[in-house]
Design a protein around this ligand. Structure first.
Ligand code: SAH
Length: 412
């Protein structure tokens, strides 16, 4: 990522100057507020200006590593579409599509299965706050032929995919029209702002960001002097950990998805690094593929925190069933990645391509690389996993088609 360097030092400090002014005027801010500013401030936020995904950027994601990743996810949606009786239309809604690679790979699968989908009305809906990344997505998916602010829709941009499928862009998932929908969030929830709390002798205190009085223009963490509304609202009475991160924005989005899936049908597939309510301090920064101090040069590094899947499950409020989290390597194995790899290896005699295929397989699957730390988690309509009459006729349960990718034992 030589890009940020080439942009000069002023850009590296513009966000810091903005934050210092704000902190001097109003005092310390929550980590959530700091993270929101650093990532999505409309002028200087990391995703707004830099958003360096891919080899030349700050971090690499699974869809950028191998086309197989998106293809298997595309097959997962098709499998759910078939299992629910091939509805006449579906929307694919991706949250935080990055460079648009994942949707591009999924659209290729949909195109290969065109005869199966020929009577189905498919549309793509991308939820993206970054104008810079939405441009990248438009280029990737439509070749750049898009219309801004179409009058007929709540979308801020629309276009048509290379394979002829309509694509719409929104800033908020609430703007996406209702209807049977497949939701997708890959490395999206980890970018949403978290609150951090520390257990002290006097009770829970929220971690705040303040100016360091000792070093000019440097930020530091402090603890709130007393409890705040957030400590009252976000810490469970039965909490055992000493340090807790909570992402209320993730909770709000999950609630919305759960309501929509309950009402209109569909499914959500969420893939991210995370834990099931056990980890403590996971807040970190990435710049040029290296760990980066979260408080230095805000706006120039990706800031992220592990997703707490137990919190997401709780925020569905029982409106949907949930599956997982299950490790990425297990999910991809269940989806048939080994067979897909064999086919791609057989399709080519080029040893460089073979090496590339084996290398990317290892990146996605190796427990020491992305295989273990990334998880898959799904929301499904309750009736997809449980028959209302299962007490009277337990044998009818076997008639429910299994959900691809997830083992039976993981049903929650
Ligand atoms: N899914 C992609 C990109 C992950 S980076 C991949 O895996 O490669 C996170 C993405 O979420 C970026 O596209 C970023 O601009 C977007 N984003 C971050 N915060 C957002 C928010 N509050 N609303 C919508 N999109 C957001």
């Amino acid at each position: 990522g030589g890009r940020a360097e080439a942009e000069g030092p002023s850009r590296d400090t513009a966000m810091l100057r903005h934050l210092l002014l704000k902190l001097r005027a109003t005092g310390p801010v929550t980590v959530a507020e700091y993270m929101r500013e650093a990532l999505t401030n409309p002028g200087q936020g990391y995703y707004t200006r830099r958003g360096g995904i891919g080899e030349s950027g700050d971090f690499v994601t699974s869809p950028e590593i191998s086309q197989v990743f998106g293809e298997l996810i595309g097959i997962w949606y098709i499998s759910e579409w078939i299992a629910t009786g091939k509805p006449k239309a579906f929307q694919l809604v991706e949250l935080g599509p990055g460079r648009g690679t994942l949707t591009d790979d999924i659209l290729r699968v949909f195109n290969q299965l065109a005869s199966l989908l020929s009577k189905c009305d498919v549309s793509i809906h991308l939820v993206e706050v970054s104008p810079k990344l939405s441009e990248t997505q438009a280029l990737m998916l439509t070749g750049g032929k898009v219309q801004s602010n179409p009058e007929d829709k709540s979308a801020y941009m629309k276009g048509i995919s290379k394979t002829g499928i309509p694509i719409f862009w929104y800033r908020d998932v609430q703007d996406v029209p209702p209807g049977y929908s497949f939701y997708l969030a890959h490395e999206f929830f980890d970018a949403l702002p978290i609150h951090k709390f520390q257990r002290t002798e006097k009770g829970w205190r929220e971690v705040l960001v303040d100016i360091d009085p000792e070093v000019p223009d440097q930020l530091r963490f402090v603890l709130s002097p007393s409890s705040t509304p957030a400590t009252e609202n976000f810490i469970q009475p039965e909490e055992r950990r000493d340090h807790v991160e909570v992402c209320p924005e993730a909770g709000v989005i999950i609630q919305r998805l759960a309501c929509r899936i309950e009402k209109d049908g569909g499914a959500a597939l969420i893939a991210d690094y995370g834990h099931d309510g056990t980890k403590t301090d996971t807040f970190r920064g990435f710049r040029n593929h290296k760990l980066h101090d979260v408080l230095s040069a805000p706006g120039t590094a990706d800031l992220t925190a592990d997703v707490d899947f137990s919190y997401l499950r709780k925020m569905t409020q029982g409106r949907t069933a949930t599956l997982g989290p299950i490790k990425q390597r297990e999910f991809l194995k269940n989806m048939g990645i080994d067979l897909r790899l064999q086919v791609l290896l057989q399709n080519s005699l080029d040893s460089a391509i073979h090496q590339q295929l084996l290398h990317s397989y290892d990146m996605l699957m190796n427990p020491e690389k992305m295989g273990d730390c990334f998880n898959f988690f799904a929301l499904l309509p309750r009736h997809r996993l449980e028959r209302p009459d299962k007490k009277r006729k337990p044998e009818s349960k076997s008639a429910l088609p299994p959900v691809a990718g997830f083992g039976e034992l993981l049903v929650q």
